[in-house]
Design a protein around this ligand. Structure first.
Ligand code: PMM
Length: 252
């Protein structure tokens, strides 16, 4: 199982907002995660926590591109966490080899075409709308069936735009337009997503549904999820604490 280390160059993300929002602190944290064994560093400049308001493309570019450049110069495998095709393109030109699009292509009509043209790996996440009001869209009958159907629809569009099948990675979008019970259901039934035939990435790290009064309680819950997911054949986890996840994976 791969470990993707989270590098949010933002003042306001789910749990690490404001920690790494200067160039120096972001690069230092990226290098530290590489030293801990991160397989991929996921760099994002726009917070997607519930209620977040969008920033401009210029602001997003200015936050992420210098960090992508520097870390790729240092040999890191970089994923750019963005919903904007313009940011994806600039990041790939700066050295990123994965596009991590939390909107799965829904936020920017050009995204699938740009990913196809650039030939990079494309992480297609389940998403129902921007963070400002996504909680109102957390209405499901069978959440797993609906997430699968909506992922399949976006995969169809991605393939039609020319993204090669082997470049696509799926993500159920834990915490995005999902209530706590939806997140747990998706985690418990993740093999049904794996059965779609694509590598699967899970991003549960330190998210609100884990409960707990402190980040360390959420961290323990995150590690337990990774441990439980090891037998499911998922491709990777997107996490804040690389060293502890590498240790859990190595133990099994
Ligand atoms: N979660 C966040 C941001 N980007 N990307 C993928 N592929 N999957 C996720 O679950 C995901 C993501 C939000 O979490 P953060 O604010 O802790 O980074």
């Amino acid at each position: 199982m791969l470990v993707m280390g989270i590098l949010n160059v933002t003042p306001d993300s789910f749990s690490d907002g404001g920690e790494f929002d200067t160039f120096e602190s972001a690069v230092a944290h990226g290098l530290a995660m590489i030293a801990e064994g991160a397989d991929i560093i996921d760099i994002g400049g726009e917070s997607t926590r519930p209620g977040a308001i969008r920033i401009t493309e210029e602001e997003e570019l200015s936050r992420v591109i210098p960090v992508v450049k520097e870390l790729s110069l240092q040999g890191a495998v970089i994923s750019i966490d963005t919903m904007r095709s313009g940011v994806a393109r600039a990041a790939v030109e700066a050295g990123a080899t994965y596009i991590n699009d939390v909107s799965g292509g829904l936020a920017d009509a050009q995204m699938h075409h740009v990913a196809a043209e650039l030939g990079t790996k494309y992480i297609l996440m389940h998403w129902r709308g921007h963070s400002i009001d996504m909680n109102s869209k957390a209405i499901y009958g069978d959440v797993v069936e609906e997430v699968k159907a909506e992922l399949k629809e976006e995969v169809g569009k991605a393939l039609a735009a020319g993204i090669a099948k082997e470049k696509i990675i799926l993500d159920p979008g834990i915490g995005f337009a999902k209530e706590s019970e939806h997140n747990w259901e998706l985690i418990h039934r993740i093999t049904e997503i794996v059965d779609l035939g694509y590598p699967v990435l899970v991003g549960a790290s330190r998210k609100r549904f884990l409960g707990g009064d402190s980040p360390s309680e959420r961290e323990a819950a995150t590690l337990k999820i990774t441990e439980d997911l090891l037998a499911t054949g998922i491709w990777g986890v997107r996490v804040h604490s690389v060293a502890t996840h590498k240790a859990v994976i190595a133990r099994v």
